[in-house]
Design a protein around this ligand. Structure first.
Ligand code: GDP
Length: 173
């Protein structure tokens, strides 16, 4: 097999409180669709997308919590083998922002210190913001995590999140 054909598979978990846009983000990224009133299918484990990152072919397996956002109801299988993580909150939901550090701790307890990023979704609703830019920056600085502001609705900055995570993961191999 020639080197270019080798593929790296990365398991991505997307965590955060309910309704911040996790399922929408995964569907947008992997399937290229967005629907306001999409109903989750319980039992679907993950969606996939293949991308080229520099000279590597990367297959991202992006896992959805399927509505099990209570901290302890997410099964071990969800976290097992996860290599990178999106910590997501919503611009319009202060509780979801306040929960970011707890989600980080939870993922670290299950997976160790894997590659993570903070995503502030629903940036299209910035006029209805429940969190200040200063607070968001202070938190991400303290946690030493990169921040992406995204809108799944407007397809803004989504590809960049997964490219960043893939690059960072590959650079650590
Ligand atoms: P989850 O519970 O975190 O998986 O959240 P969902 O993906 O089910 O999204 C919750 C709601 O937020 C749905 O009605 C989505 O259409 C909506 N939503 C998701 N992303 C965005 C966004 O970027 N902007 C806006 N305005 N709504 C969004």
């Amino acid at each position: 097999m020639i080197e270019e054909d080798l593929e790296v598979a990365i398991k991505v978990v997307v965590v955060g409180n309910g309704a911040v846009g996790k399922s929408s983000m995964i569907r947008r990224y992997c399937k290229g669709v967005y629907t306001q009133d999409y109903k989750k299918t319980i039992g679907v484990d993950f969606l996939e997308r293949e991308i080229e990152v520099d000279d590597d072919n990367v297959r991202l397996m992006v896992w959805d919590t399927a509505g099990q956002e209570e901290f302890d109801s997410i099964t071990k299988a969800y976290y097992r083998g996860a290599q990178v993580c999106v910590l997501a909150f919503s611009t319009t939901d202060k509780d979801s922002f306040d929960a970011i550090e707890r989600w980080k701790n939870k993922v670290e307890a299950e997976c160790g210190a894997i590659v993570m990023v903070v995503v502030q979704n629903k940036i299209d609703l910035i006029d209805e913001s429940a969190v200040s830019a200063e607070d968001v920056e202070a938190l991400t600085k303290r946690l030493k995590l990169h921040l992406f502001r995204t809108s799944v609705k407007e397809n803004f900055n989504i590809d960049e999140v997964f490219l960043y995570l893939s690059r960072k993961f590959l650079s650590q191999q």
